[in-house]
Design a protein around this ligand. Structure first.
Ligand SMILES: Nc1ncnc2c1ncn2[C@@H]1O[C@H](COP(=O)(O)OP(=O)(O)OP(=O)(O)O)[C@@H](O)[C@H]1O
Ligand SMILES: [Mg+2]
Length: 241
C-alpha cells in the first residue's frame, strides 16, 4: 500500500462570513500527480494556501505525510510555487536559488535559465521569474509539490520542457498537485483531477473531468470539448456560443 502524501478532510474556509471552501475532502497517495481545475474565484489558490497552513480552516483538517501543515513546511516536505511572484528581489537568478539553499547552477539549468543566471531578478520577464522560482522550489527537494498555474505566461516550448520536468519528478516519486486552467492539456499528464468550485465537484480519472455536463456545472458556461494529443499544441476547450 502506498503512503498517504496528503489528506484533506472536511476542509472549510471562510473569509469574513463568506464561505470560500466548503467541506472539501480528498486523499493523495505518494507519487500521484493531481490536477486541480475550476473557475476564477473557485477557491483553488485558497485550497493550496490552506494545505500550507497559511490560511486557517474554519472546519476540517490537513495532514501532509501524517504531519500538521506547519510541521511539514518546517521540515521542508512541501514545495510551493505561488500563482504570482510579487515584490522586489534584489538578487540575481543564481543568488535567488542559492539563497533558498539549493545548487543554483544545477536547478537553473534544469529549467533552462542557466544563460540568465547572472541577470538581476527584476530584469527577468514574468515567465522567466516563474522558472527561477520553480528552480528555487525544486532545489529544496520537496516530497510534495504544490504548483499554482505554473505555466501562465510561459511559452509553448518552455511548457513542453516544463511537463518533461514534471514527468521526471513523478518518476522520482514526488507527489504533485497542480492548479491549471488548461484542462485539455493536463488531462494527458495527470493521474487524477479535482474540480473545485467552492465544493469539490469531482475527483478521479482525468477523462471523467472532460464530461461536458461537469464542465458546464463547474464553469457555468456551455462547453464543447475537443481534446488532442499534447504534441499537437492544439488542445483547447471551446466555449459553445
Ligand atoms: N485574502 C482574502 N480576503 C478576502 N477574500 C479572499 C482572499 N483571498 C481570496 N479571497 C476570495 O476567495 C475566493 C477564492 O479565491 P481564490 O484565489 O482561492 O480563487 P482561485 O480559484 O485561485 O481563482 P483564480 O483562478 O482566479 O486564481 C474569491 O472569491 C476571492 O475573492
Ligand atoms: Mg488562483
Amino acid at each position: 500500500m502506498r503512503k498517504t502524501a496528503l489528506l484533506v478532510e472536511n476542509l472549510s474556509v471562510k473569509m469574513g462570513n463568506k464561505p470560500i471552501l466548503e467541506d472539501v475532502s480528498f486523499e493523495v497517495k505518494e507519487g500521484e500527480f493531481w490536477g486541480i481545475i475550476g473557475p476564477n474565484g473557485g477557491g483553488k489558490t485558497t485550497l493550496l494556501r490552506a494545505i500550507l497552513g497559511i490560511v486557517k480552516p474554519s472546519k476540517g483538517r490537513v495532514e501532509i505525510f501524517g504531519n500538521h501543515p506547519e510541521k511539514a513546511v518546517a521540515e521542508g516536505l512541501v514545495g510551493y510555487l505561488p500563482q504570482r511572484i510579487e515584490g522586489m528581489v534584489p538578487f540575481t537568478a543564481r543568488d535567488f536559488v542559492e539563497l533558498v539553499g539549493g545548487d543554483g547552477n544545477k536547478f537553473l539549468k534544469l529549467v533552462g535559465m542557466s544563460e540568465k543566471a547572472d541577470t538581476p531578478f527584476e530584469k527577468l520577464s514574468g515567465g522567466e521569474r516563474q522558472r527561477v522560482m520553480f528552480a528555487a522550489v525544486l532545489s529544496r527537494k520537496p516530497k510534495l509539490l504544490l504548483l499554482d498555474e505554473p505555466h501562465t505566461g510561459v511559452d509553448i516550448i518552455a511548457q513542453d520542457s516544463f511537463y518533461s520536468i514534471l514527468k521526471e519528478l513523478k518518476e522520482k516519486g514526488i507527489t504533485i498537485l497542480m492548479v491549471s486552467h488548461d484542462v485539455g492539456v493536463i488531462v494527458n499528464f495527470v493521474d487524477k483531477i479535482a474540480c473545485l468550485n467552492k465544493k469539490l465537484k469531482y475527483t478521479g480519472n482525468p477523462r471523467g473531468a472532460l464530461d461536458c455536463k461537469l464542465l458546464e456545472e463547474l464553469y457555468g458556461t456551455k462547453m464543447e470539448v475537443f481534446v488532442h494529443h499534447p504534441e499537437c499544441e492544439g488542445c483547447h476547450i471551446y466555449r459553445r456560443s
